[in-house]
Write a protein that binds this ligand. Structure first.
Ligand SMILES: NC(=O)C[C@H](N)C(=O)O
Length: 541
C-alpha cells in the first residue's frame, strides 16, 4: 500500500547522500556524547537541489509536475510523524503544470522554476493561512504576499505550504506553537529546534527543496543545526521584512534553509534587495552568489588559502557539550587543511548578549504585538465593554510564552525601569557590536558552534524557560550586531537511532554573505565521510 506513494526512483529529489550508519565511534565516554565518523569512501558531497532541478527540467529528464507529485507523496508519508506543515497548498500541482507548459512553449524559465519551497507561517502568503502559529490569527488569510514570497513566485518558485513554528517566533523548540509539535527527523522524540523548526525539519526530511524562516535571535540557525541542514541568516536589511509579522523589528530578518550551502545562497539571492515597502531594507548591491558554487576537487589545492578564521573563545568553553566542542574543533582543523589561517579570538562582552537580547526582544515584542487586540488584528472575543474585549481577545488568543514576553517587555519599558533594563541592554548592544568589529577587522570570518548542544528531547526544557533561553547563547549576539551568519552541518554526536547533527556557525562582516557562502560551500563539499540525510528517509525513499 505504502509503496504506491513512493516517489519515482528516477527523480532528483531522492536523497543524494545515503545514510550508511556509524562505522566507528571515536570517543565513547559513557556520559558525554561521542563524535561519530563515517567511511569516507561511501559518501559523496551533497548536491544542490535548485541546480539539479534546473538541470533536469531543462534536459527533460523530469517534469515540474513529477517533482511536485513526489514531494507531495513524501509529505503525505512523513507528515503524520513529523508535523512540519500547518497548511499544505492546494495549488502545488497547478503551479508545477504551469512551469511544464512554459517549458513546452519554449519560454524562458526563472532561476527558481519548479523549486518547491516551504514558507514559515509568520511570512504572509496571499490567500493562504498565515497564523504565526497563534490562535489569535487562526483565521487570517493575508490579502498580499510578503516581498520575499512575491519575488520567489516571480522567479518560478512554488510555495508548498506554511511551516510550523513557535508562536510569533518566541521559542527555541517549536513546542510553543498553538497547533502542533514538530518532531526532529533524526529522532522523532526530539525537538527540531526553533522557532523555525517546521522549515528546518521539512528540508531535512526532503518534504520541500528549500524553505524560508525568520531569525530574531537564532531561529534559522539553531534549528538548522538540530536538523542537519544549512541555515543562512542574512545581514539586517539585506532582505525586505515587508509581510514578515514583526516580533522584534530591530533584530528580525528573513532567512533561508537548504540541504546545501548553494541552495541557501541561491534562495537568498532571489529574495534580497531594496524594497520601498521596508524603509530598513538596504540599497547595497546584491552580488551574484552562484559563481561561488563550483565543484571543489581536493584539499590539496588549498582552496581557502590565506582566509583568516577566528574561533570565538567564549563559545568553546565550559557549558558547551563535549561532543559539540570537539566537532567545532575538528571543523577548525578542516578549515586549516583547506588553507585557512585559524586563530582564537575573544569577544569580551559575549556573555552579556543573552540577557540584553531577551530585554530588547521582549520590549520590542510588547509594542509590536499590541496591534493584536481583536479590533485591528486578531480574532475578536465579544464583550460588553471595550477593555474587556481587548482583554478577552488577547487573553484567549495568545499562548503562555507570548504573554510572558509581553509582560517582561512592558515591565522593561515602564517609566521606573527603562534606564535599568532597556537602556542598559542597548548599551550592551553597542559593546557587542564593537567586539565583533574588532574581531572582524582581524579576521575574514568568525566561527563557533551554532548551539551548546545537539537536539534535546521534546518536553525536556518546556517548563524551564531560562534553560531554553540559555540555549540561544551562540546566536543572539549576531542579531544584536546585525551581521550575516551561516550554519552548516559539521559533525554527528551520539544520540537518537543514528546520531544527531551538530552545526558550525560562520559569522561574517555586514553585507559580506558572499564570503560566508564561498567558505561554507568549500567546507561542505570537502567534508568527506559524513552524511546529513536523516535515518527517517531510509524508510521512505
Ligand atoms: N526568534 C528567535 O530567533 C528565537 C529565540 N529563541 C527567541 O525566542 O527569541
Amino acid at each position: 500500500m505504502l509503496s504506491t506513494l513512493h516517489p519515482p526512483r528516477s527523480l532528483t529529489l531522492l536523497p543524494l547522500r545515503r545514510f550508511h550508519g556509524p562505522k566507528t565511534i571515536v570517543s565513547a565516554a559513557s556520559t558525554s556524547p561521542a563524535t561519530t565518523t563515517f567511511d569516507a569512501a561511501s559518501v559523496s558531497p551533497p548536491q544542490s537541489q535548485i541546480l539539479n532541478t534546473r538541470r533536469s527540467l531543462l534536459s527533460g529528464e523530469t517534469t515540474a509536475s513529477e517533482l511536485a507529485k513526489s514531494h507531495l507523496s513524501r509529505i503525505r508519508l512523513t507528515e503524520p510523524q513529523l508535523k512540519c506543515f500547518l497548511h499544505v497548498s492546494e495549488n502545488v500541482l497547478k503551479g508545477a503544470q504551469e512551469i511544464d507548459q512554459r517549458i513546452a512553449r519554449g519560454e524562458e524559465l526563472g532561476p527558481l522554476a519548479g523549486v518547491l519551497i516551504g514558507v514559515k507561517d509568520n511570512i504572509c502568503t496571499e490567500g493562504m493561512p498565515s497564523t504565526a502559529a497563534s490562535r489569535i490569527l487562526e483565521h487570517y488569510r493575508p490579502p498580499f504576499d510578503a516581498t520575499a514570497v512575491k519575488k520567489i513566485k516571480e522567479l518560478g518558485g512554488i510555495v508548498v505550504g506554511k511551516t510550523n513554528m513557535d508562536e510569533f517566533g518566541m521559542g527555541s523548540t517549536t513546542e510553543a506553537s498553538a497547533f502542533q509539535v514538530t518532531a526532529n527527523p533524526w529522532d522523532l522524540t526530539r525537538v527540531p529546534g526553533g522557532s523555525s523548526g517546521g522549515s528546518a525539519a521539512a528540508v531535512a526530511a526532503r518534504q520541500c527543496m528549500v524553505s524560508l524562516g525568520s531569525d530574531t535571535g537564532g531561529s534559522v540557525r539553531q534549528p538548522a543545526s538540530f536538523c542537519g541542514v544549512v541555515g543562512l541568516k542574512p545581514t539586517y536589511g539585506r532582505v525586505s521584512r515587508f509581510g514578515l509579522m514583526a516580533y522584534a523589528s530591530s533584530l528580525d530578518v528573513i532567512g533561508c534553509f537548504g540541504s546545501t550551502v548553494a541552495d541557501a545562497g541561491m534562495l537568498l539571492h532571489a529574495i534580497s534587495g531594496y524594497d520601498k515597502f521596508d524603509s530598513t531594507s538596504s540599497k547595497q548591491d546584491v552580488p551574484e552568489f552562484e559563481s561561488q558554487f563550483l565543484s571543489v576537487d581536493s584539499l590539496e589545492s588549498k582552496p581557502l588559502k590565506g582566509v583568516k578564521v577566528g574561533v570565538i573563545r567564549e563559545t568553546i568553553e565550559e557549558g558547551v557539550d563535549s561532543g559539540v566542542r570537539s566537532a567545532t574543533q575538528e571543523a577548525a582543523s578542516h578549515l586549516e587543511a583547506l588553507g585557512c589561517v585559524v586563530t582564537e579570538v575573544s569577544l569580551p562582552s559575549f556573555s552579556l548578549g543573552l540577557p540584553a537580547y531577551y530585554v530588547i526582544a521582549s520590549s520590542e515584542s510588547s509594542s509590536n504585538l499590541s496591534r493584536y487586540d481583536g479590533v485591528r488584528y486578531g480574532n475578536q472575543v465579544m464583550a460588553d465593554e471595550l477593555n474587556k474585549l481587548y482583554e478577552c481577545s488577547r487573553g484567549e488568543g495568545f499562548g503562555k510564552e507570548v504573554k510572558m514576553r509581553i509582560l517582561m517587555g512592558t515591565y522593561a519599558l515602564s517609566a521606573g525601569y527603562y534606564d535599568a533594563y532597556y537602556k542598559r541592554a542597548q548599551q550592551v548592544r553597542t559593546l557587542i557590536r564593537k567586539d565583533f568589529k574588532a574581531a572582524l577587522d582581524q579576521n575574514d570570518i568568525l566561527i563557533s558552534p551554532a548551539a551548546p548542544s545537539a537536539a534535546y528531547k521534546i518536553g525536556e526544557k518546556k517548563d524551564d524557560p531560562l534553560a531554553m533561553y540559555a540555549g540561544d547563547i551562540m546566536t543572539v549576539n549576531v542579531n544584536l550586531a546585525g551581521l550575516p551568519a551561516i550554519v552548516l552541518p559539521c559533525g554527528l554526536v551520539e544520540g537518537g537511532p543514528s546520531g544527531l547533527p551538530v552545526g558550525l556557525q560562520m559569522i561574517g562582516a555586514a553585507f559580506d554573505e558572499e564570503k560566508l557562502l564561498k567558505v561554507g560551500h568549500i567546507f561542505e563539499q570537502t567534508l568527506k565521510g559524513l552524511s546529513f540525510v536523516p535515518p527517517l528517509l531510509a524508510n521512505v525513499a
